[in-house]
Design a protein around this ligand. Structure first.
Ligand code: ADP
Ligand code: MG
Length: 450
């Protein structure tokens, strides 16, 4: 049976039983990769997808495959990136040793999804991106050797170092790109020692045309590994091979790195990636929403960008979680769902800092007006005043837009927010008691945000 014919029958069958959004999100992206007498191999786009399908749809899909193939075939899932590995395994199973030998090509050392094209550029990372592109276009030829990219967690270092590898390979597929985390380098070294294969270890790393080592802070305190790395570095450097390293802090701030290694690093270029500012966060959310095929309304994007600030991995995680929740619980992607997810994520480890929630809570305490009334519809004078003060404070204290403030107040329009702010700006100076109250709330809030 033809793999595509079988799979398209299965999709037809699944569409009868599953909600449309589940089919769009979780079934359509699956591709039939291989078929044998016993199984059909289905390829999914990434690891997250695989886990999700495995826990939610695998049984249903398998049942449908069995039904349509009259119990002959069962389904197996793989992540697209490991397609090469699978190809090798299947062939091995079929005992085609000869063919296997010719098919084994060197597996790509890089994650193919991390390319420059989908790396959103902003003032926080522009220099790092430009330097990376320069190095990728002419490895070893620039005076940026080594190039060291440093910055906090989840800001895109790994993405950039893989993008360098991908771009360099695209330009020259014969280039020997060696990419490793510092942990992998250490592990390879230790294994080399154990198995008396240090020469092979040295060869593997020293014959690189482009050596990429991610997260070198983990070298700290590992004297022998540093020793090895030092020699590798020197050899490559002297033969003008390009070296790119990433770290979570500025090299000289890394404790436990030998001085001679640090002084080698100084011969190159050190670039930083800073946390993204509001505009960059919005741009990244838009890009990630598009990549994941979801249509996020702009207010929701603004809302997430306002509250999730620490890093890009968290922004991405938020989008994926919204997508997962909507699909699992069969809910529309709307503001209340986004708010729930942001709250959930903020509850654990995220630095929410000041938010419209905390501002409304303080105003509610001080004015003695319930939180739900502040965001509700009431036109009672004392409630309207509390609401206006809260909007005014949101505008002054949060790095957010008028329409996103409106959304936090029960979905009001941005013109209502402008009106509230103007009212308080005019009333405040004329009304010392109101002015004092506002100042006291600001003071309390400054504790939350510090
Ligand atoms: P780090 O290595 O600095 O901890 P990563 O490179 O792993 O961070 O980035 C975390 C996630 O955020 C990755 O999925 C990456 O693709 C994404 N990411 C980081 N920076 C950007 C950016 N500027 N544009 C698009 N995606 C980004
Ligand atoms: Mg990383």
């Amino acid at each position: 049976m033809d793999k595509n014919a079988l799979w398209s029958d299965v999709v037809g069958d699944l569409s009868l039983g599953l909600p449309v959004h589940a089919v769009n999100t979780w079934i359509d992206p699956i591709r039939a990769k291989e078929i044998s007498n016993k199984k059909i191999v289905l390829e999914v786009p990434n690891q997250f997808f695989l886990e999700w399908v495995d826990s939610h749809y695998k049984k249903t899909i398998n049942a449908s495959v069995k039904k349509i193939s009259k119990n002959k075939i069962s389904a197996q899932f793989i992540v697209g990136r490991t397609a090469d590995d699978l190809e090798r395994k299947t062939i091995k199973n079929e005992n085609q040793e000869e063919k296997r030998k010719t098919l084994i090509k060197k597996p790509s050392p890089t994650n193919k999804e991390y390319v420059f094209d989908c790396f959103v550029e902003g003032s926080n990372n522009q220099f790092a991106k430009t330097a990376s592109q320069a190095v990728a276009s002419e490895p070893g030829k620039q005076s940026f050797n080594p190039l060291i990219i440093y910055g906090g967690v989840g800001l895109g270092k790994t993405h950039l170092i893989h993008a360098i590898g991908n771009e360099a390979l695209k330009r020259d597929p014969t280039l020997n790109v060696v990419l490793a985390t510092s942990e992998k380098f250490t592990l390879d070294f230790v294994n080399g020692l154990r198995k008396n294969k240090t020469i092979e270890f040295a060869k593997h790393y020293r014959k690189a045309d482009l050596l990429l080592v991610d997260d070198i802070q983990f070298f700290s305190g590992k004297e022998q590994t540093q020793e090895q790395f030092f020699h590798t570095f020197n050899e490559l450097y002297q033969s003008q091979k390009q070296i790119v390293l990433t770290a979570d802090r500025y090299p000289s701030e890394m404790k436990g790195l030998q001085d001679r290694l640090l002084s080698r690093f100084q011969s190159g270029l050190v670039v930083d990636i800073q946390p993204p500012d509001y505009e960059v966060r919005v741009a990244i959310l838009m890009e990630k929403a598009e990549q994941n095929g979801i249509d996020l309304p702009y207010e929701i994007i603004e809302f997430i960008a306002t509250h999730i600030k620490s890093n890009i991995r968290d922004l991405e995680g938020t989008i994926i979680r919204i997508l997962a929740k909507s699909s699992l619980m069969n809910r529309d992607i709307d503001f209340s769902l986004a708010k729930e997810v942001v709250k959930e994520r903020a509850g654990n480890k995220l630095d929410l800092g000041l938010s419209s929630e905390s501002i409304i809570n303080q105003v509610s305490d001080v004015f003695g007006v319930a939180h739900k009334d502040i965001v509700g519809k009431s036109r009672r004078m004392e409630i309207v005043q509390a609401r206006q003060v809260a909007m005014y404070l949101c505008r002054n204290l949060l790095d957010t837009s008028l329409s996103s403030i409106g959304v936090s107040f029960g979905g009001r329009d941005h013109t209502t927010v402008i009106h509230a702010i103007k009212t308080i700006e005019q009333k405040g100076p004329k009304n010392p008691s109101l002015d004092k109250t506002i100042k006291s709330i600001e003071e309390k809030l400054s504790f939350i945000s510090s």
